[in-house]
Design a protein around this ligand. Structure first.
Ligand code: ASP
Length: 280
């Protein structure tokens, strides 16, 4: 079974001056996830590790570097899902968590629930020993003036399991309390072992209406590659008049990605190498 992992740094635009560092950080994220896969770790471990690297970078709209809402605060959403049992963990509207994706994983593994929001999610994460910071310290200086891009990862591990992780600050100047597609299964991400996994980025309102990743995963089969599905689902997404894109991995370990925005940085395992590019 080939080990597969692909990450994205958000459908949208990045400043030309940042392109090299964006691709380098996406590569670092793949390297971090690949290390888990190579040691026999799970697809879940791999996608969480990859997304944590992107959350820690101010270049992306997730974790530190998240965009600000209309109140000038970061309000973040994240979700993780595994394809064996369809287990899900998600957090929404959190302001004080340095790594929302790890909080999402803990929701999945250590609570009877799938989705915690706001203060309840933060209190739970704090009890679990995660880093909890002041809301102000999550705001990277450049975010006061710019929008940015969500992050995500999908992987297939040596045992044949798939997983997806997604983390975002949402849309720049969104209404306080707004939740996007990212923490919603079937919208921001979806994983099903018999088919594959997908992770979306773009305007959350259109992604959640189109159930983009659920659709994409249901279109997968042994006969059609992840790339062919990614290409085929974009015209359907266009009917919902959204800007965005998605990354995918299929059961055979083939990766695919597509977007209708100018850029969507991606990096993925390609044999012994890690490839990265800013757009398709
Ligand atoms: N999908 C995210 C949201 O709407 C934003 C993004 O992907 O850039 O919250």
């Amino acid at each position: 079974m080939p080990l597969s992992l692909i990450v994205h740094g958000g459908a949208g635009t990045h400043r030309p001056a940042d392109h090299l560092s964006v691709m380098e950080t996406c590569r670092d994220a793949v390297a971090a996830g690949r290390a888990y896969l190579q040691q026999g770790g799970s697809a879940l471990d791999a996608v969480e590790a990859a997304v944590r690297i992107l959350e820690d970078s101010p270049l992306f709209n997730a974790g530190y570097g998240s965009v600000i809402n209309a109140d000038g605060m970061c309000e973040m959403d994240a979700m993780i899902m595994e394809g064996e049992r369809g287990m899900i963990g998600a957090v929404g509207g959190v302001k004080r968590l340095r790594n929302p994706i790890t909080a999402a994983r803990l929701v999945m593994e250590r609570t009877p629930h799938h989705f915690l929001i706001a203060e309840g999610a933060e209190r739970f994460a704090e009890r679990e020993g995660l880093i909890v910071v002041s809301p102000e310290s999550m705001i990277a200086p450049h975010r006061l003036s710019e929008s940015g891009d969500t992050v995500g990862a999908v992987a297939l591990d040596g045992a044949g399991h798939v997983a997806v992780a997604v983390s975002t600050g949402g849309l720049h100047h969104k209404m306080p309390g707004r939740i996007g597609d990212s923490p919603i299964p079937g919208a921001g991400g979806y994983a099903e072992d018999f088919l594959g996994a997908a992770c979306a980025t773009g305007v959350g309102e259109t992604i959640m209406r189109s159930m983009l990743t659920f659709r994409a995963v249901q279109m997968m089969s042994a006969q059609i590659s992840a790339q062919a599905v990614a290409d085929a689902v974009m015209p359907i997404y266009a009917r919902f008049e959204g800007d965005g894109g998605l990354i995918m991995v299929d059961k055979q370990g083939r990766v695919g990605f597509a977007h209708n925005t100018p850029l969507m940085p991606v990096a993925w395992i390609d044999g012994d190498e890690i490839k990265a590019q800013m757009s398709r």
